[in-house]
Design a protein around this ligand. Sequence first.
Ligand SMILES: NC(=O)c1ccc[n+]([C@@H]2O[C@H](COP(=O)([O-])OP(=O)(O)OC[C@H]3O[C@@H](n4cnc5c(N)ncnc54)[C@H](OP(=O)(O)O)[C@@H]3O)[C@@H](O)[C@H]2O)c1
Length: 387
Amino acid sequence: MTDTPTTMAAMLLQGHGDIEQLIYRTDVPTPSPNTGEVLVKVSATAKNNTDRKVREGLYPTQDNSTVTSFQMTESPTLSFPRIQGADVVGRVVAVGKGVSTERIGQRGLLDFNIYADQRDDINLTPDYFGHGRDGGFAEYIAVPADQFYDMSDCPYSDAELAALGMCSYQTAYHMLTSARVKAGEHILISGASGGVGTALIQLCRLLGATPYAISSPGKSEGLKALGAASVIDRTQVSDWRSAVAKATGGVIIDAVMDLAGGSMINPLLDVMTEHMSQRKDYPRLSIAGASAGNVTDILWTKIYLYQIQLFGVSHGTRAEARQLMHWIRQGDLKPVLHGTFPLSELHAAERYFASGRAQDYLGKLVIVPDSEWQQHGAPYAIQGVSA
Ligand SMILES: NC(=O)c1ccc[n+]([C@@H]2O[C@H](COP(=O)([O-])OP(=O)(O)OC[C@H]3O[C@@H](n4cnc5c(N)ncnc54)[C@H](OP(=O)(O)O)[C@@H]3O)[C@@H](O)[C@H]2O)c1
């Protein structure tokens, strides 16, 4: 680590609250790689909804109290100050014990999970870089060598690669695998324009399934270009059954991939239970987000009499991350990058993400360290918004 500075720029989250809790510092100690880790010089880190939710404390699991930290194990893993940012791209600049020095110089994309064990097929206590450990809203990050996937030969730029990060893609893939989505099936996707939704559309196509998107106005053409067979404008729907039938030509919806929760859940369940005798498999719904609300009244007799299978999804498995990295390298998944912001302007990025998005916003925002901005950020700056 001879050429690595002892301090770095980073955005520190000081506690739960509004964006004022995010403080930009240039004197944060540079981390050192532990055994089995690599030190990465960060060039791009995608923003995720979870950054805002963690900051605001919006992860209730016992009751719907307003400030609740994300905690899957007996003791909390979030402590302050914390550097957020999960989906990191950069280059290896140093290695810890047990890691070949041949890794130095390699460009990679991080599998953002802090896995509890080596199991390939299950991830029972999801946690991640940017929450349980420091993340990529910084100039350097230390991460497990086996989770920093070589992307040297991948044609995408660093910002584009970050937009393909696992927080969205692994979650989307695990939603589909949980619900056993297969070729030939017809899949309805809410929240389709966001990071997870745009990943779901592409992954459905990759699996041979047909995706139908639910979104708000202005995004229809972009979503169809990604692979959506048709797009339902959620702001114009009064009767979901007829809106879905019109958009799909009346096909049976095999499964719903839901990121909205709230009042959309019941109508989306009803869409699947309408023609039970014509279905080939049980109605299935995977949910990984609740942008429309955490609390909904559900008639449980509807769930068990119609044998609706519900899948709660958080992150995914090591095996799924590996598969996704393979598809990314092959160019089977396309980045959906809306724009970039410099790290020092993360406040502006947060405001844009929460309330200032352009009407045609699709996919991801990516944060670039100021020292890397000209090369990796400036080409994707949002006109009139980011630097
Ligand atoms: N469980 C996990 O492991 C995991 C991982 C990643 C993300 N998530 C969660 O999944 C959700 C989506 O994440 P993301 O990164 O894709 O977020 P995102 O980029 O903000 O996209 C969410 C989309 O939901 C739609 N939406 C917003 N408010 C809505 C409402 N009231 N009703 C219906 N749709 C609404 C919006 O699209 P339109 O306006 O175009 O409809 C928005 O683009 C978030 O809640 C996030 O926290 C969970």
